[in-house]
Design a protein around this ligand. Structure first.
Ligand code: XMP
Length: 524
């Protein structure tokens, strides 16, 4: 295992992804992690970049024990600067912030071939390599015992190394694709320098995780979990089913704001096809009743979140009775990015929107938490789903928010309004799939705008509501771009005409062309 200490760079998770891609298991932890408290013994440590300068008043600092742990350390950008300061070198602000491509020249060390290992196989024909820089400070004097191993035109200390300690520091970012062969550098570090084995695979993860679940739950324990029809909860449920069969109980709460035919589809897929014990609870009227007259987006979310907890708890209690009080665990499909976010040294970022999840359940229910996906990224969950035999269609499903169509009906959420949005969305997604755009888009949906405008149908004047279509591309949903191409606009025109013809009460369709930020993915 390799330990990556995160100083808050937007690229930190990429380091983790790259290393796992070539089969070495690694964990990303906040830079404040104390080495004495680690639950594993890393064979190497990587210090990430950071939005901070090492001279900022509140700059994050690493546990000095990192440098006495006795394993190789690779500092990237801020990590290099942190290492340099700690070991007695000098870091100063650059005249200009350096951002973008740079050409790196490597110095060879015939007397110490070990330090040449870092750049092995990376150089182009002229001995140079293209790297990606993004920094405001740089090293201006290397610490004692270090050698310069590469430089660029503007950074004479672009890479340094300490041959006995096996410490390396690089100013550029090997984890981004703009650094050509950056992956080779990370591989050189973890395989050739740290001597890690590249035997971590998703198959081995499945076997280990199933074993871990069985150990945790024991021979008679039961587990309950909410499923939504999304990738994460389905993959988690499938894994539980493989581990403990019908001692895992899935609950699907129909909150009245789900997609068209969603409950039947999910019940069929999880229950009939995958053999999971699943109960569908119809609570649509309860949810819609409580949403009556509510227009404020945050209020909608709160009502749905709280009502969900109430319904789920009641159902779980019934199941517990049925199974002799043996329900001990609550399954959650938490992913690695959620874990990282909640342990970040920066503290919780400002709440833009309250995301609905089942976190509140634990306190009330006295259940222990089981999170089989907590070490995985989204694309790894998809891969896991594929290996567990889930349909491609499910594995590649776009995300759907917990408060569902309620946050896609602007203004008051009534049964009638939900039905309009639901039908328009169904047509939209059906056409997206039929025209081959689904996998190119990260998330798409139709929303209902409660504004009436004038139109003409046949020879009649209409005065009806509007549908807004959204389609975005994104990697992490923190920022998003609008999906667009000529073919797509042609397709949108056909979709618009279908929606206006087939959905009663709609006479106009808008396409949302706002990026995130400043807009968000959902309208509410
Ligand atoms: P926003 O609108 O915040 O959406 O830009 C980013 C991503 O999060 C999803 N989303 C939610 N998911 N409960 C969820 O489970 C929520 O309350 C919620 N709000 C937004 C949204 O669909 C997008 O994928």
């Amino acid at each position: 295992t390799v330990l990556i200490l995160d100083f808050g760079s937007q690229y930190s998770h990429l380091i983790t992804r790259r290393i796992r891609e070539f089969g070495v298991y690694c964990e990303l932890l906040p830079c404040t992690q104390k080495m004495a408290d680690l639950h594993f013994k890393p064979k190497g440590i990587i210090l990430s970049g950071s939005p901070y300068s090492v001279y900022d008043k509140d700059a994050p600092r690493v546990d000095p024990a990192v440098f006495d742990y006795g394993v190789p350390v690779l500092g990237i950008c801020y990590g290099l600067q942190e290492m340099t300061l700690h070991m007695g070198g000098k870091v100063e602000a650059c005249d200009h912030r350096e951002y973008g491509h740079a050409m790196l020249t490597v110095t060879k060390h015939a007397d110490h071939p070990f330090i040449d290992l870092l750049f092995e196989g990376m150089e182009g024909e002229n001995g140079e390599m293209q790297v990606w820089m993004s920094h405001g400070d740089q090293v201006t004097s290397e610490p004692e015992g270090f050698r310069v191993i590469a430089n660029t035109r503007t950074a004479p200390f672009a890479a340094i190394a300490h041959e006995e300690k096996h410490f390396f520091g690089i100013q550029f970012h090997p984890e981004v694709t703009h650094t050509l062969n950056g992956k080779t550098l990370l591989r050189n570090f973890v395989i050739n320098i740290c001597k890690c084995q590249d035997s971590w695979t998703m198959e081995s993860f499945i076997d280990k995780e199933i074993e871990r679940i069985r150990q945790m739950v024991g021979p008679v324990g039961h587990v309950v979990g909410a499923v939504s029809g999304g990738v994460d909860s389905t993959v988690a449920a499938k894994l539980m089913n493989e581990a403990i069969g019908h001692r895992f109980h899935a609950i699907l709460v129909d909150n009245g704001v789900m997609r068209l035919n969603e409950c039947q589809v999910v019940k069929k897929m999880l229950g009939d096809k995958m053999g999971i014990d699943i109960k569908v609870v119809d609570a649509a009227d309860l949810f819609l009743g409580r949403l009556k007259g509510v227009e404020d987006p945050e209020k909608k979310r709160k009502i749905i979140g709280n009502t969900f907890i109430e319904v789920f708890e009641a159902e779980a209690a019934l199941l517990d009775k049925e199974h002799g009080g043996e329900i001990e665990y609550l399954l959650q499909g938490t992913l690695y990015p959620d874990v990282i976010e909640s342990i970040s040294f920066k503290g919780p970022s400002a709440t833009i929107k309250t995301h609905h999840n089942v976190g509140g359940l634990l306190e009330d229910m006295k259940l222990k938490l089981i999170e089989p996906l907590r070490e995985l990224f989204k694309d790894e969950v998809r891969e896991l789903g594929r290996l567990l035999g889930l349909d491609d269609e499910l594995v590649w499903r776009h995300p759907f928010p917990g408060p569902g169509i309620a946050i896609r009906v602007v203004g008051e959420v009534t049964k009638e309004q939900v039905e309009i949005a639901r039908l328009a969305d169904h047509i939209y997604i059906e056409e997206i799939k039929k025209n081959g755009f689904y996998r190119q888009i990260s998330q798409a949906y139709a929303a209902l705008l409660p504004i009436k405008t004038v139109g003409v149908m046949g020879d009649k004047r209409t005065y009806e509501q509007a549908i807004a279509l959204r389609a975005i591309t994104t990697v992490d949903f923190m920022t998003a771009d609008v999906f667009s191409s000529f073919e797509w606009f042609e397709c949108l025109k056909r979709i618009s005409s279908r929606i206006i013809n087939e959905v009663q009460g709609v006479n106009r369709v808008f396409y949302d062309v706002s990026t995130k930020p400043p807009a968000t993915v959902e309208l509410c």
